[in-house]
Design a protein around this ligand. Structure first.
Ligand code: PEP
Length: 251
């Protein structure tokens, strides 16, 4: 089974209208002709629409960094999956560690969002990953299993195939400390075995698992060369055309 490589940029709460649209225009130009892999950027909600306008018809898809699970109603400050779809989103990042640990989102809450995203026709990029203390305590696999299983509860085999998993060890996010290719591969193999156990081998072989955590142009190639690493979710290095293109070219 060949899984199509997927490189996504998480812009987090960065950039402004001018720099976000300039980055989108630069990426549109730089990715022209690159059709052998999937590429996406995830701006903050307010810049999704202008960025999506610029990237329309290009090789770069657009995703959101979060959304609420209810489709509409009295939920002040929230944005629904349907609204994101309406303005041109294809993907939505769910369960990012910053949302799990800073905004205290539980896997049960993320599970509601996973179902809502699938119902709205968005592709969830579902993040899981252990804290440094959890790795040191030897609970890496247990933590990732709990986060994964809790977040996909009730998801059918067909829907599971649409979901992209991002393994993001929290100790490697924004720290400059990247997991070794071997550490990434080891967890990806475990995650794929968990998917096979919960679903079946065919589903497990088709799900794409990205690695995320301080991926840069100079370390991407070795990580992406691992057989179970199907792409990358990139934070800091997705904010400049040259840096993000360095990773894309390494894929
Ligand atoms: C992320 O935000 O998903 C991430 C991996 O960040 P960074 O690449 O900056 O570590």
């Amino acid at each position: 089974m060949t899984r199509r490589t997927f490189i996504a940029g998480n812009w987090k709460m960065n950039l402004n209208l001018a720099s976000a649209t300039e980055l989108a225009a630069g990426l549109r130009k730089a990715t022209d002709g690159i059709t052998n892999l999937d590429i996406a950027v995830c701006p903050t909600n307010v810049y999704i629409q202008p960025v999506a306008e610029i990237l329309k018809g290009s090789n770069v898809g657009v995703g959101a960094q979060n959304a609420y699970f209810e489709p509409k109603g009295a939920f002040t400050g929230e944005t629904s999956m349907e609204m994101l779809k309406d303005i041109g989103c294809k993907y939505v990042i769910l369960g990012h560690s910053e949302r799990r640990h800073i905004l205290h989102e539980s896997s049960e809450f993320i599970n509601l969002k996973v179902h809502a995203a699938l119902a709205a026709g968005l592709i969830p990029i579902l993040c899981v990953g252990e804290l440094l203390a959890e790795r040191k305590a030897g609970t890496t696999d247990l933590v990732n299993r709990r986060q994964f299983e809790g977040s996909v509860s009730g998801v059918s085999s067909n829907d599971m195939k649409k979901i992209v998993i991002a393994y993001e060890p929290v100790w490697a996010i924004g720290t400059g400390e990247v997991a070794t290719p071997e550490q990434a591969e080891e967890v990806h193999v475990v995650l794929r075995a968990i998917i096979a156990e919960r679903y079946n081998k065919e589903v497990a072989e088709s799900v794409r698992i990205q690695y995320g955590g301080s991926v840069k142009a100079d370390n991407a190639k070795a990580i992406l060369a691992k057989p179970n690493v199907d792409g990358a979710l990139v934070g800091g290095a997705s904010l400049k055309v040259e840096d993000f293109m360095g990773i894309i070219k390494g894929a």
